[in-house]
Design a protein around this ligand. Sequence first.
Ligand code: NAP
Length: 366
Amino acid sequence: MHLLRSAHSYTEIVKRVALLGATGSIGRQAIEIVEAHPELELCAAASGSTPLDHVDAPLKQVGGDLTELLERAEPDVVLNGVVGFAGIHATLWALGNGVDLALANKESLVAGGELALAALATGGARVLPVDSEHSALFQCLEGRSGDQIDSLVLTASGGPFRGRSREELLDVSPEESLAHPTWSMGPKVTVDSATLANKGLELIEAHFLFGVPYEQIEVVIQPTSIVHSLARFRDGAAIAHLGYPDMRVPISYALTYPERAATTLPPLDLTTLRLEFEAPDLETFPMLALAREAGEKGGTYPCAYNAANEVAVAAFLAGRLPFLGIADLVADALARVDGAPAGDLEQLVDADRAARALADEGLAVA
Ligand SMILES: NC(=O)c1ccc[n+]([C@@H]2O[C@H](COP(=O)([O-])OP(=O)(O)OC[C@H]3O[C@@H](n4cnc5c(N)ncnc54)[C@H](OP(=O)(O)O)[C@@H]3O)[C@@H](O)[C@H]2O)c1
């Protein structure tokens, strides 16, 4: 934080935001939020390869080492909206340097959860979840001690293929997978939603964010995506977070925390809401059970799950793997990795690389 020096006063406090993944779905919505709030300013923006001409930030970087950019930018908060394991360095940099982390890049926490916890302990930063489910849980749990919690319930829309059988998924196309019923998101997370890998990643993310054992984290389908998640407590009460499915709300919450600045979203029209719940179909969508298994095994199994899934989703989007092949490829890679814990980032990067190599091998024979 610093005081904004103006001709009139020193009163306005400005939060300097480093936005990583500025050209993506999260990044573009984050820019909208920053532009709407004078107390937020972009100090840096980064993308992987898309030019940043339209982004108004003093420091911009396309590709390259994100931690170098962060060192120069000296942000108050890093919004990590990068997709995939590529976001790991920025996540660990923020946590290790005591800089608040608004985390959309769930893959970094899934792959590097143990290292993230260690960095958090030394750096003293806050993690402000941007994933809508985890933002919801963060709010449901705020001010409550761990011993009061009975369980966490992550909600899932079920994606575009909810209710279908495996036979009906044999030849679904990338285009069909990208037609999400309730959320508008980047391609990788949209396919992850269709396979339920997204909920698998979120299960592991929730374990590391809230320190709750896997057996106390449930997943339930809530097709309209109005209930963003809920926490059950030991006295039988359950506290849920409701809202329209619009990522600007959790992005705004994380960036303006703890002020909870206003957004332009309309209030929920309660009279028109449909709030049915159903159990996930774990046989048709094996990615959720595979994530739970990888999370429970620990070590670098979650890293391998994520890495193999990234390879599989890219292959599916490129037309080189059928939809059901995604889970097969991930299951095969998980069966072949050693899963040994990573003591540092270098070892984690090695584990990621090894799992990708196994998934590539599996792809060659698929
Ligand atoms: N979209 C949502 O509503 C949503 C909701 C919850 C959580 N999330 C999570 O948020 C993250 C981003 O999702 P998204 O939907 O915004 O993805 P997206 O639309 O595909 O955008 C990804 C962003 O990451 C950038 N990027 C990729 N590799 C990079 C690298 N090596 N260095 C710097 N930037 C890099 C991309 O830049 P280029 O344009 O140059 O490729 C792009 O700006 C994912 O982890 C996702 O699971 C998203």
